[in-house]
Structure formats: C-alpha cells, structure tokens
Design a protein around this ligand. Structure first.
Ligand code: GDP
Ligand code: IMO
Ligand code: MG
Length: 425
C-alpha cells in the first residue's frame, strides 16, 4: 500500500516540517530517511513551537509510529536531548523507533567538520558544523559506527578502538588538534546506547507490517534537492541524498504513490554556493525580516530571492513530484509586483535547466517574468477560490512552470493556516 514522500524542492527550509505535521494525522507511520541534525524542521501546533532536528515531525500524533531510518546519521546526544525536551513539553516519544542500521555522529566528526571548513578558507561550504558530512564520508569509506554497535559494549569497544586511533592521527598530525581520549568517549557513548536501546529495532519490519496492513506512510525528506549530493550545486551541498527515499528506510520505491514537492513561494538558501535569484536589495531584506528567515539549526540569516522556476522544474523532474505544497505564500502579500525566474542567460546561452557546474550557475543571470501582486492579507483564507485573482494567478503560473499541480497552499506557519487545493492522500 502507498507511501507519500515529502521532499524539499529548493535549498531546504521550504516548510517540510509544517507539511509533515499537517499530513501526519492521515497516516500511521512517519519516517525520516536521510540527513542528520543539520535539518531543522519547524512545527507549530497545539503543543507550541518546535524545531525538530532528528525526531520525525509526526511525533505530535501519539498513534503515529515515528521512525528514524537507516539513512539518517544520528548524534545520540542531540537525539536524547530532543526526546527529553519533547517529553518535558508534554509530547510522548513512546511512538519513536530508531533504526539499528543508522550511522552515528561521533565527537571527531564534529571536530573534523569545523577543521575541514577552516581549511577550505574562502571555499568554505558553510556547513552546519554538526559533523554530518564527515559521518556520511565514514559511512561510505566503511569506517562508520552504527547504532547496533552501541548495543553491545564489547563490540562497541572493538569498533571504536579500530577507528579512534586513525581519527586521532588525523586530528593531531594533519590539523595539530588535541586527540580524543578513548575511555571517556567510550563510556559516554555506552551510556547513550543504554538510553537509546528501548527505541532501537530493525525498523524495516515496522514499515513492512504497516504497508502490509494497507496503511499510508509518510516519508519526511530533509534538506532540499538543490542540496542533494548528486543533483545539488556541488560541492556546495550536503552529504546525503535528499531523494533516495527507499534506500534510506529499506522499502521498495514501488510503494511510493505520491511525491509532494515542498516549494517556498520565493527562494532561500543558507550557507555558500550559487543562488541565481538572490536579492541584495530592500526586497531581499523585506522578505528576510518579515518571514524571519534565519536558520532553524544555526540561526544564520538566510539568503532570499525570487522564485526560481528553473531549479524548481528541475527538482520536480528529478523527484517526479505528483503535486506541490507551496508554502510561505502570505510572505508575498505586500508586494506590488512579483518576479519569477523562467530561464538563465550566460555568455549568450539560455539555460532552462540548471547547469551542473556551480561556478557556471553562479554566473547565470535570471530571465524574469513579472506578475502583479495581490497586496492583501491571505493568512486567514482557507479556500483557494477566496484568494484574490492575482494570488490565484501566481499559483497557476507556478504550477505551469514547475509542471505539477498544487495540492497545498500554506498561508501561515500554523497547522490550520492551510488551503487544501486538492486532497492528499
Ligand atoms: P523545513 O526545514 O523545510 O521544515 O523548514 P523550516 O522550519 O526550517 O523553515 C520554514 C519556516 O517557515 C518555519 O519558520 C515555519 O514555521 C515557517 N512556515 C512554514 N509555512 C509557512 C507559511 O505558509 N507562512 C509563514 N509565514 N511561515 C511558514
Ligand atoms: P532542512 O531539512 C537548509 C546546508 C548548510 C550548508 C550545506 C552543507 O531544515 O531543510 P552540512 O552541515 O549538511 O554539511 O552543510 O547544506 N544545509 C541546509 N540548509 N536547510 C537544511 O535542512 C540544511 N541542511 C544542510 O547550510 O550550506
Ligand atoms: Mg529547516
């Protein structure tokens, strides 16, 4: 039976958390399948406002099983802190499961994330410095430590022993940093293991059983497709796949019936790398301040720009979006006119798909369409037909350019501030 994937269509922070929290009431399972605590998904509901980093945004629904899949890298300290803070605010984590195959972020990953960034100098990626990149690199180079390794003290000792000596050599000899003490790290992580153990299982089983019962499951993407290791603006990307859904949770791709692309009604990006429609003027500042566009994870100001239909058409193609959730629509309420980038030009060449090379993309000049704004408050509107004609026309133009119909238009951060254009599921 069917799964619905919710995938970021731009450079992250599109509002995936809100959309997952909203749709979670219709499903039995919500799964995070990629990324780590570089993600920050904001959820605002009857419990308050939450910045979710590792726990799936479905956790507020007690009858929904929330799974951290094998494709996620887990910083156990962050996860335990998140579970504790949810519990303190009256949200139970009894419905949380953690994959025994997920990789762990270790203290040396966090140190190396910072040291590698410093070493890149002016070419720094602007990572979140949470150790995510180094942890994924170790996974690929078969030097990772997994959740299952933590559950047995002897196995973990052996595994850590073989890795830490190598990592300490890099820390001390390459970067002149202090080495990490084995025993302290070992004891700390053994304690994490004991506290996490009740949540750990082969989570593929729960997913299969749910699908066999004919239940809907929701797959919560992290990051955005333009930060994807393959399809993003390499090397200014994260280390994981933002698509790659079935690999990150142990499920056949044939189960995915709907893929909802989450699009901000404009564009933002945190960190370095090309952003063709970036606004360095009062419009960009207006969006940032009105929308409080500051990172959920690092608090850094987000770079803001007009809607870029070139990248959105590309991410719709890459992911096979069956519909679009257009978020932050209300942020555009004040503008007298709105620009949408429909192509790029560089060196006399027109591009309608983003070039692979980030340096070339950085030179691309956007070609804009201009549409009239609606200049009225949309945040209390709940039916598409009640949106002003200019606002409807903006949505219709985005649908046309991106190549998939809108299912949701979000007009505020709250769960109820939502226009369902067509029901999902
Ligand atoms: P995510 O990482 O994709 O989950 O997105 P973030 O939570 O990092 O950033 C999205 C921000 O937009 C959060 O502060 C949300 O509360 C907020 N948000 C989501 N949808 C809307 C909307 O329709 N209107 C407004 N004004 N804010 C929204
Ligand atoms: P959500 O799930 C926005 C960006 C970082 C940096 C690059 C690499 O909330 O949309 P990393 O720490 O992953 O090695 O950093 O990726 N980045 C995000 N930007 N939202 C995110 O997640 C991000 N996760 C990573 O800013 O440019
Ligand atoms: Mg975010």
């Amino acid at each position: 039976m069917p799964a619905i994937a919710v995938i970021g269509a731009q450079w992250g922070d599109e509002g995936k958390g809100k959309i997952v929290d909203l749709l979670a009431e219709k499903v039995k399972v919500v799964v995070r399948f990629s990324g780590g605590n570089n993600a920050g998904h904001t959820v605002i509901n009857q419990f308050g406002e939450f910045g979710m980093h590792l726990v799936p945004s479905g956790i507020f629904h007690p009858d929904v099983t929330c799974i951290i899949g094998n494709g996620v890298v887990i910083d156990p300290a962050v996860l335990l802190g998140e579970i504790e803070s949810l519990q303190q605010r009256g949200v139970s984590a009894d419905n949380l499961l953690i994959s025994d195959r997920a990789h762990l972020i270790m203290p040396y990953h966090i140190l190396l994330d910072g040291l590698e960034e410093e070493a890149r100098g002016s070419g720094a990626i602007g990572t979140t410095r949470r150790g995510v990149g180094p942890a994924f690199a170790d996974k690929t180079s078969r030097m990772g430590i997994r959740v299952c390794d933590l559950l047995d003290r002897d196995i973990f000792r052996e595994r850590l022993n073989s890795v830490l000596e190598y990592k300490n050599n890099i820390l001390t000899k390459l970067y002149g940093a202090e080495p990490l003490a084995f025993e302290e790290l070992y004891q700390t992580y053994c304690q994490y293991g004991e506290r996490l153990a009740p949540f750990v299982s082969d989570t593929g089983v729960a997913i299969k059983e749910s699908l066999d019962r004919g239940e809907w499951i929701l797959l919560e993407g992290a990051q955005g497709t333009m930060l994807d290791l393959d399809f993003g603006t390499y090397p200014y990307v994260t280390s994981a796949l933002s698509g790659g859904v079935s690999l990150g949770l142990g499920m056949s791709p044939s189960k995915i019936e709907q893929v909802i692309g989450v699009f901000k009604a404009y564009t933002t990006r945190v960190g370095s790398g090309p952003l063709p429609t970036e606004l360095h003027d009062e419009y960009g500042n207006h969006i940032r301040e009105k929308a409080h566009e500051y990172g959920t994870t690092t608090g850094r100001p987000r770079r803001c720009g007009w809607f870029d239909a070139v990248i959105c058409r590309f991410t719709a193609d890459v992911n096979g979006f069956t519909s679009a959730a257009i978020t932050r629509f209300d942020i555009l309420d004040d503008f007298a006119s709105l620009k949408i980038c429909t192509a790029y030009e560089v060196n006399g060449v027109t591009y309608t798909r983003p070039p692979a090379c980030a340096a070339l993309l950085a030179k691309c000049k956007p070609v804009y369409d201009e549409l009239p704004g609606w200049q009225c408050d949309t945040s209390d509107i709940r039916r598409f037909e009640e949106l002003p004609a200019q606002a409807q026309a903006y949505v219709r133009r985005l649908e046309e350019l991106v190549g998939c119909p809108a299912s949701i238009v979000s007009v505020g951060p709250g769960r109820e501030q939502t226009i369902i254009v067509r029901p999902v599921p």
